[in-house]
Design a protein around this ligand. Structure first.
Ligand SMILES: Cc1ncc(COP(=O)(O)O)c(C=O)c1O
Length: 408
């Protein structure tokens, strides 16, 4: 006999305090709403454009890995990742002045997981984590899940302002709180698109050292400067306190889910233990694929192609904003990465308008997603990585029309 359909709903499961007090991701909500509309132009996703990847070559590598190394590739692996890939990671970090030993690197399922491991190891309830205002929503969600208080530090076009950080650390101490860490995205920041100046990098490292703060340096976009240059990381100046996060998601593809953390020496074993508890090990097959991609020097040409493409898309976006946005709207002009930050005139609420924008066929992320304190209603992030130039022009015209109407 067929089971009868359930007519009563089960009682809700009581959530842990930690989860109950969290807020669900606005970025994810916008994605979900956008995904339901076919043909939507999305300025919301921080997803790289993958159309230029050498898929045939990657398929050959997958075949080779499975035929030659199948029983290693599909087996459990070591918690900190395979040595071949850790060696490549050390070479990549050397481009930013970091001198590391492959043994110090821990490979994770994306840098998001690495941020989680480090927060798990270092952040206690009530600790203060400082971050740019605005900051990356995914990292803030991690810190909040460990019940940290996030305090935003004002930023300008040169990134986070060191004097404001010092002032806010003093304020937190005076209020009896424990300043624990600075979280910063120094290169082509998500969501603001700004770059931390060389001078400020040195200053921030010194302030964190002097004040007893940890430094969480998150760098998924460092290789995506339009001019092909890289900036010196903060890590070399403060290696005893810096946790440096890297990712293959933006310079290659997020689908293999690979990132890493380079931690102060004393933390290495703790983080390896946490990695083991959380996931046993990152996928060996995926790591072998990533290492094979980097073994062939043509990855640099592919990356150069992407940098050119993203620059063209940014230029299209800036041109379209100039043409279509109402007077009083301002935006920055990033020199790399995926994101441009827009400030709209008073009278426009980007948080309120996002649903109407989606109705009209365009998605963006309102500024409120990137502040822990409710700020950001006059701001929005536009990601220019995924849409085509045509879509960028058309989508910006729709947004410009919507914002102009909202002001009328
Ligand atoms: C600043 C920043 N950090 C970390 C991540 C997470 O990247 P992944 O987990 O794909 O390596 C992202 C993704 O958008 C990001 O923008």
């Amino acid at each position: 006999m067929a089971p009868s359909p359930m007519t009563t709903s089960s009682p809700p499961i009581e959530l842990s305090d930690r989860v109950a007090s969290g807020r669900s991701s606005e970025v994810r909500k916008v994605f979900q709403a956008a995904m339901r509309r076919p043909g939507i132009i999305s300025f919301a996703n921080g997803s790289p454009f993958l159309g230029e990847l050498p898929f045939d070559r990657l398929a050959d590598e997958a075949h080779r890995i499975l035929t030659e190394l199948g029983s290693t590739a599909l087996q459990y692996g070591t918690s900190n990742g395979i040595p071949e890939l850790r060696r490549h990671i050390v070479d990549l970090m050397a481009l930013e002045g970091i001198a590391a030993d492959p043994e110090q690197v821990i490979i994770t399922a994306g840098s998001q997981q690495a941020i989680g491991f480090v927060a798990h190891a270092t952040v206690n309830p009530g600790d203060v984590v400082f971050a740019e205002g605005p900051s990356y929503a995914g990292a803030m969600a991690v810190f909040s899940s460990y019940e940290a208080e996030i305090v935003h530090v004002p930023s300008d076009e040169d990134g986070l302002i060191p004097a404001d950080l010092e002032r806010l650390i003093g304020g937190a101490r005076a209020a009896g709180k424990r300043p624990r860490a600075l979280y910063t995205v120094p290169n082509f920041q998500n969501p603001g698109g700004m770059n931390l100046s060389a001078e400020r990098r040195g200053l921030l490292g010194r302030i964190c050292q002097d004040q007893g703060l940890l430094l969480f340096e998150d760098n998924p976009y460092g290789l995506l400067g339009f001019d092909g240059g890289t900036m010196r990381a903060i890590q070399p100046d403060a290696p005893e306190i810096t946790f440096y996060f890297g990712s293959f998601s933006k310079m290659f593809a997020p689908g293999l889910r690979l990132g890493w953390v380079l931690a102060p020496e004393t933390m290495h074993q703790h983080l390896t233990d946490i990695a083991q508890t959380a996931a046993l090990n990152p996928s060996v097959f995926n790591q072998l694929m990533m290492a094979a991609y980097l073994d062939n020097p043509s990855w640099r040409d592919t990356l150069a192609t992407y940098r050119g493409l993203y620059r063209t898309k940014l230029e299209a976006l800036v041109g379209a904003l100039t043409e279509h946005m109402p007077a009083g709207t301002t935006w920055n002009r990033p020199t790399g990465g995926f994101y441009l930050w827009v400030t709209v005139p008073p009278g426009i609420d980007t948080h309120e308008l996002v649903h109407e924008a989606i109705e009209r066929g365009v998605a963006y992320v309102p500024g409120t997603a990137f502040y822990a304190n409710g700020a950001g209603r006059s701001e929005l992030r536009l990601s220019f990585c995924l849409p085509s130039v045509e879509e960028i022009r058309h989508g910006t015209a729709i947004l410009g029309g919507l914002f102009t109407e909202a002001l009328a």
